[in-house]
Design a binder for this molecule. Structure first.
Ligand SMILES: Nc1ncnc2c1ncn2[C@@H]1O[C@H](COP(=O)(O)OP(=O)(O)OP(=O)(O)O)[C@@H](O)[C@H]1O
Ligand SMILES: [Mg+2]
Length: 214
């Protein structure tokens, strides 16, 4: 038996809108723990949903489990090209006093701290240097058939080799996971996601050449 990790004693290294990110003592800085706070969300739930959570407690972790499944299947399918997958490695689950979290490879930036996001690079005026890595990144998402639910500049980080990695929002949310089954459907939706991202970044996306340009 292991004891539940108490996160009250730890300070998150960063956070998104839904999840907090921690480095876990004793695990080194190559792995990070992501934990979602479900309390507010579950307090406001309708009775039917609340009942479902009670009967199927693991349903609250559905999104996390789908991200893990996406990483796992694409990683194993990639075989000897697994290192090219634009997703972090999954290292397992960890039970804490605030629920179960997922352990992911911590992508590091050139200075050894957490990798900078595409958003932060653009803010610093480095958009021109981001176009080529972004085009390679989108080609990799398509090639490895990664289903993307939220292609936003905070979910994309740059590793020390200048490669982009998606750290959040890689899952198929549909009840009938058509995009996971059909590569061409996934490519079409990826095109739509790129059009959206191009709007956010104020660049153009050409769906025929499948590339961004200033
Ligand atoms: N594996 C990782 N390696 C490096 N940095 C990461 C990793 N995972 C997350 N981060 C950093 O932590 C931030 C928050 O993580 P994440 O996007 O998973 O949280 P979220 O709350 O789901 O995000 P959102 O605000 O998009 O809903 C990211 O924007 C990124 O800067
Ligand atoms: Mg995010």
């Amino acid at each position: 038996m292991t004891t539940l990790l108490n996160l009250d004693d730890l300070t998150p290294v960063t956070a998104g809108t839904r999840r907090r990110v921690y480095l876990v003592p004793g695990m080194g800085d190559g792995v990070l723990l992501k934990i979602q706070d479900y309390t507010a969300e579950e307090r406001d739930q309708k009775p039917l949903k609340r009942l479902r959570r009670r009967l199927i407690p693991q349903s609250r972790y559905r999104m996390m489990a789908r991200e893990v499944a996406m990483q796992e299947t694409r990683y194993l399918r990639a075989g000897d090209r697994a290192a090219e997958l634009p997703l972090p490695l999954f290292h397992g689950y960890l039970a804490t006093q605030q629920g179960i979290g997922a352990l992911w490879q911590a992508v590091r930036g050139p200075d050894g701290t957490l990798a900078p996001t595409l958003k932060s690079r653009v803010k610093r005026g480095q958009l021109p240097e981001m176009i080529a890595p972004l085009n390679r990144f989108v080609a990799a998402l398509s090639e490895f058939h990664v289903v993307v639910a939220d292609l936003n500049p905070r979910n994309i980080v740059l590793d020390p080799k200048g490669r982009m990695v998606m750290v959040d929002g890689f899952l198929d949310q549909a009840a009938l996971p058509l995009r996971s089954w059909s590569r061409s459907l996934n490519d079409r939706r990826l095109n739509a996601a790129c059009t959206y991202l191009a709007g956010r970044l104020d660049v153009t996306w050409d769906p025929r050449s499948r590339s961004f340009a200033l």
